[in-house]
Design a protein around this ligand. Structure first.
Ligand SMILES: Cc1cc2nc3c(=O)[nH]c(=O)nc-3n(C[C@H](O)[C@H](O)[C@H](O)COP(=O)(O)OP(=O)(O)OC[C@H]3O[C@@H](n4cnc5c(N)ncnc54)[C@H](O)[C@@H]3O)c2cc1C
Length: 595
């Protein structure tokens, strides 16, 4: 089996040229993060991913998890590696130094997350959720909660979960019925949550569950939901671990992928009530939970991209070695990497993955600039852009990851369909990324409804105008860029037309937004990918022209990637635009019985 080798050169190139990392590094809050530190962190993260996480990925898939007694048992190798992950300080790289973190930019943390996910998505989910819980407590929790949990979560001494889903409340969180009854300053929770990722394990001393529940007499719907911190073990007054709280993992799901990540049915309060502490204001829990959800949504996009990268690497190794058939101008049997159709598949994988990487890193940089920028107007623009990009990163990158990991199986032929080669695991693992953290359909609805219609298309128009600004450099860079320039320009025209179509047609047809949403999201993601690859080509071209010690093969590859994307992927923009402009008529024409 081939090993995971972090694509560090591609990662550094993306940070520097496509995420505009220099603008992040210039922020005063990151003055301590020197280029040497960033280089050392990326290299050490790459080593940890290859040496520690990748070797237990297939094992986790095979062994899985189980409820034993009143606890979930994960493979012992995972607990050992988690211990070393903590010792290495990895959980806290992006946390504030005030709580023991290293205060690195999110942009750098996202590059590390890519590597964790490429190496072992099931493992990576655990620290990811803990970070999300930390952020929600930091932003919305009171002093007691912050004192109790922040340092423990930052160091990875404890982990965190998000407990939203109930059998009748999946996408529709308004239907949540878990109850929270006041008991002194605390609350007693009763209810059942399903599908809780890393809901239980014994890798750490304690786990904090962030649970959505309803107070007595809470209003119906999403306006009556509150958020609570519920520890697995109760905490004594001095913050130390007390007896077990009334929270139990009832069972773990047998599922398609991420077998080493326990997906738990959790029972809260079967024996009188699970003690919890309110986070933020009563009935405003969903807004507080969105801090964690938005963090996770970008994280899920990174998961997709990371797993797709791993599948791509394995495919390249296989395609170079597997001999089948003949090819024009070659003697004897050739490696399948010679065949144009195999190259088509490899290049789709490579370019979709690179476009996804650029999109995720860029979104992370926008978040850094929004949170740490001193110019309020720039910070506002960056936050709006990050809000717009979050559902696109989550859904477009995970749709692309499904396409890539499916092609990963195809490139392996029959060997892809059997488990031995490992590419089937990537396909199975990544399938969930389009479903959890709000299905991709829900992301598309969020994009159209909250991010495009709500501000009359202003944020997307600003992004389009920024994307158009590469037109002049592409024109100046010579004939070799003319195809990229024309394809990107057509793609941007499609985005403008699609935005206008939805903005002007929404009142006429109440189903138009829902009918257009997914095509709009795919269109926008596809065009952003084209923009980023075009920028990559411009940067590579400049490096080649400057000469010196530049890695010519790497830079020339960036030119080919942009050209391939413009010729083979960007034409999809036209199809998404045309389908979108067909409106809702045929979608809504059949009665439920006619399906
Ligand atoms: C492995 C795994 C891990 C998970 N981890 C967690 C976790 O840690 N914490 C947690 O709380 N939950 C978790 N979940 C739950 C996950 O977030 C939900 O499954 C997901 O949000 C979808 O909800 P649902 O399954 O009820 O599907 P439904 O909401 O029933 O959706 C079914 C289909 O209908 C579509 N649909 C529903 N409503 C709409 C709408 N308004 N507009 C358009 N389309 C719609 C959906 O897109 C989907 O295609 C996990 C699930 C799995 C399988």
């Amino acid at each position: 089996m081939s090993e995971y080798v972090a694509p560090l050169q591609q990662i550094r190139f993306t940070l520097e040229h496509l995420a505009e990392y220099a603008d992040v590094a210039a922020l005063a809050d990151f003055a301590h993060v020197t280029p040497d530190i960033v280089a050392a962190v990326l290299e050490e993260a790459a080593r940890f991913a290859s040496a520690e996480l990748a070797p237990i990925n297939a094992l986790g898939d095979r062994v899985g998890v189980a409820v034993v007694g009143d606890e979930v048992q994960v493979p012992k190798e995972f607990a050992a590696v988690y211990g070393r992950f903590r010792e290495g300080g990895w959980p806290s790289i992006a946390s504030s130094p005030e709580i023991g973190g290293q205060g690195l930019p999110k942009t750098v943390a996202v590059a590390c997350e890519e590597m964790w996910n490429s190496a072992n998505m099931a493992f990576a989910l655990c620290p990811e959720l803990s970070q999300g819980a930390l952020l929600a407590i930091d932003r919305h929790g009171d002093e007691l909660l912050r004192r109790t949990y922040l340092e423990k979560l930052a160091s990875g001494e404890w982990t965190g979960t998000m407990c939203l889903t109930e059998p009748q409340a999946g996408s529709d969180l308004a239907a949540i019925t878990t109850r929270a009854v006041p008991k002194g300053a605390e609350f007693l929770l009763t209810g059942r949550k399903i599908f809780i990722t890393w809901g239980d394990h014994a890798m750490t001393d304690n786990i904090v569950h962030l649970v959505l529940a309803r107070l007595p007499d809470a209003p119906q719907g999403t306006k009556g939901i509150s958020l609570f911190a519920v520890p697995k073990f109760r905490l004594r007054a001095d913050g130390s671990r007390g007896e077990r709280n009334d929270v139990q993992p009832v069972s773990v799901e047998h599922k398609l992928g991420i077998h080493a990540s326990p997906t738990c049915v959790m029972a809260f309060g079967d024996h009188g009530g699970a003690e919890g502490h309110l986070i933020g204001q009563p009935n405003e829990g969903l807004a507080a939970m969105f801090t964690m959800m938005n963090y996770m949504r970008l994280g899920v996009g990174v998961q997709g991209m990371g797993v797709a990268e791993r599948s791509y690497q394995r495919c390249v190794t296989f395609a170079r070695e597997r001999l089948q058939g003949k090819a024009p101008g070659e003697r004897g049997r050739v490696a399948i990497i010679r065949h144009p159709d195999v190259r088509r598949m490899l290049l789709i994988m490579r370019t979709l993955t690179q476009a996804s990487r650029a999109l995720c890193y860029y979104a992370a940089a926008c978040l850094d600039r929004a949170a740490h920028g001193t110019d309020a107007s720039v910070a506002e623009v960056m936050q709006a852009r990050a809000d717009l990009l979050t559902p696109v990163a989550k859904a477009w990158c995970t749709e692309s990851a499904q396409e890539s990991t499916s092609l990963g199986i195809q490139i392996h032929g029959g060997m892809g369909y059997v488990e031995e080669t490992g590419v089937a695991q990537y396909f199975r693992d990544v399938r969930i990324a389009s479903i959890y953290e709000g299905t991709n359909g829900i992301q598309a609805g969020d994009l159209i409804g909250r991010k495009v219609l709500r501000d009359g298309g202003a944020t997307v128009a600003a992004l389009v105008s920024e994307m158009r600004s590469v037109d002049a450099p592409l024109a100046n860079a010579g004939d070799v860029f003319s195809g990229v320039r024309a394809a990107l320009s057509r793609g941007l025209d499609e985005v403008v037309q699609a935005s206008t179509f939805v903005l002007t047609g929404e009142k006429r047809d109440p189903d138009l937004a829902g009918a257009s949403a997914m095509n709009y999201l795919m269109l926008l993601g596809t065009v952003i990918g084209g923009w980023q690859l075009a920028r990559g080509a411009l940067a590579a071209n400049a490096a080649l022209e400057a000469g010196g010690s530049v890695d010519k093969a790497f830079m020339q590859t960036q030119l080919v990637l942009a050209r391939f994307y413009a010729e083979h992927i960007l034409p999809r923009a036209g199809a998404y635009g045309a389908a979108l402009r067909a409106g809702s008529a045929s979608l809504m024409a059949l009665t439920p019985e006619q399906f």
